[in-house]
Design a protein around this ligand. Structure first.
Ligand code: EPZ
Length: 430
């Protein structure tokens, strides 16, 4: 079973190139099937979630040609089947974006209902509410969502909860509905805007993405495009907090600083120096961090996907901090692992009270989910001694060459495939 093994204590320093945004790329890949023309998509991150979604799309007849590690040419004129196999949705929840895309183009879709996830129950009732509002008949049969419409007609849809997935999924279906759709209380994340821009580059008529009201005038056909995915603000933020936790000096390159504003604000609050450039941000942490309080919110608030990373940094800060997770109901599982490394944390419902300690100590821990796994790597990099992290397959879902990029910043981290390899690392770095 692959593991990361880390000898902590080195301040990380240097420059790191940020990959394309996983959560934008997932929506864009799904939307690409809505035209019969060929589409070129660049700056895709080479991560497991993207590669699994591409496999799922090939399984329904999409022709996928890898041009480079980060670019694909796709053609969907021969999609023979609008039913996605359960195996794919089990491996990547975001396969559910294929519902909105298939429904928009073919007026029918059959995709397995995604299960829960390690961070919460994550229902998709709002997605279904939106499809029904557009005129689709949507049933849940034998674990599948079966959606079908003679016509999709524009509608006025109000999302009860701000939802990235529902906003993107409904936007895709509405982009090929007849007439005018207004979606209210939309998610405003950069990746929502990126999917809207991608659809517009194919001839869709979407206005207001990035605000809480999106207006769509449906079109009959979408056409070819060439598109480059935005940089991943969560990968960037993860490296920024690695600088904070290890008292390092890291410059994240190929980023859009505006997308990092909430993260930057918190890094400044806890005592880091942050310098912004056109497409880079530098974080320097020369002294012990200070405590602060943080509440996760929909964009432009502090991102829930950056909650574990700040949780680790605050575990080392001077003073007591309060972290409130307002998006998902089960996103503090990593705190049990962090406690095993010496953190002092009390979790009460959706709030964690963290009393900072001077040092964490290395231990064997397990990644409970994608972002928490990356945060535990940061904890290992900051801790004294050796940390071993199990279940790193979660981390590989969303971070491209994570250990390689960290080593380029001076981290002593290896991906090991056996106890023997781990022993060798200990002997070499012990
Ligand atoms: C997206 O998930 C991201 N995933 C998540 O990132 C991210 O944490 C989340 O947005 C919030 O920013 C992708 O983009 C692939 P939501 P999504 O719908 O769309 C509730 C990562 O680490 N809700 O915005 O599933 C839901 O339960 C992942 O990359 C409903 O109640 O999140 C949650 O409490 C983890 N009904 C809240 O809304 C619905 O129909 C926000 O969820 C849909 C959502």
């Amino acid at each position: 079973m692959e593991q990361y093994i880390i000898r902590g204590g080195n301040p990380l320093a240097g420059e790191v190139n940020i990959s394309g945004a996983k959560n934008a790329a997932l929506g864009i890949l799904a939307a690409a099937i809505m035209t019969d023309d060929t589409v070129l998509i660049e700056n895709l991150p080479d991560v497991r979630d993207i590669n699994v979604l591409l496999e799922a799309m090939e399984s329904i007849g999409v022709k996928v040609e890898r041009i480079t590690r980060h670019a694909v040419m796709m053609n969907s004129e021969n999609i023979g089947d609008v039913s996605v196999d359960y195996d794919y949705i089990k491996r990547i929840r975001a396969s559910y974006y294929l519902i909105g895309a298939l429904l928009g183009k073919y007026k029918k879709a059959e995709v397995p209902l995604p299960g829960g996830c390690n961070i919460g129950s994550r229902p998709i009732d709002l997605h279904i509410k939106g499809f029904r509002a557009l005129g689709a008949k949507v049933d849940i049969r034998n674990g599948f969502i079966v959606a079908q419409a003679d016509h999709l007609r524009g509608s006025h849809i109000f999302l009860d909860t701000v939802s990235v997935g529902a906003t993107i999924n409904i936007m895709m279906a509405a982009s090929m509905a007849e007439g005018y759709t207004i979606i209210e209380n939309c998610a405003r994340e950069p990746h929502v805007v990126d999917v809207a821009n991608f659809l517009n580059s194919m001839g869709a008529n979407i206005k207001g993405a990035g605000t809480d009201v999106i207006r769509i005038r449906g079109v009959q056909k979408l056409h070819r495009t060439e598109y480059s995915v935005i940089p991943d603000q969560i990968e960037a933020g993860t490296f920024m907090f690695a600088a904070a936790a290890t008292k390092g000096d890291i410059t994240v390159k190929n980023v859009i600083p505006k997308h990092l504003e909430a993260t930057t604000a918190k890094l400044l609050e806890i005592g880091c120096e942050v310098e912004e450039f056109d497409n880079a941000v530098r974080v320097v942490a020369s002294k012990r961090l200070c405590s602060t309080n943080v509440k996760t919110l929909p964009y432009p608030g502090y991102p829930t996907d950056m909650q574990p990373q700040i949780g680790v940094a605050l575990a080392l800060a001077k003073g007591t901090s309060i972290v409130t997770e307002s998006i998902f109901e089960n996103r503090f599982k990593y705190m049990d692992e962090l406690t095993r490394m010496g953190a002092v944390v009390r979790v009460e419902g959706n709030t964690a009270i963290i009393t900072g300690v001077e040092k964490l100590s290395g231990a064997r821990v397990s990644a409970p989910d994608l972002r928490a796994g990356a945060a535990l790597v940061i904890a290992g990099l900051a801790a004294d001694g050796i940390t071993t992290i199990d279940d790193i397959v979660y981390i590989q879902r969303g971070y491209e060459l994570f250990d390689e990029k960290l080593r380029s910043l001076g981290a002593e981290i290896e991906m090991v495939h056996s106890e023997k390899e781990a022993q060798k690392f200990r002997l070499r770095c012990g």
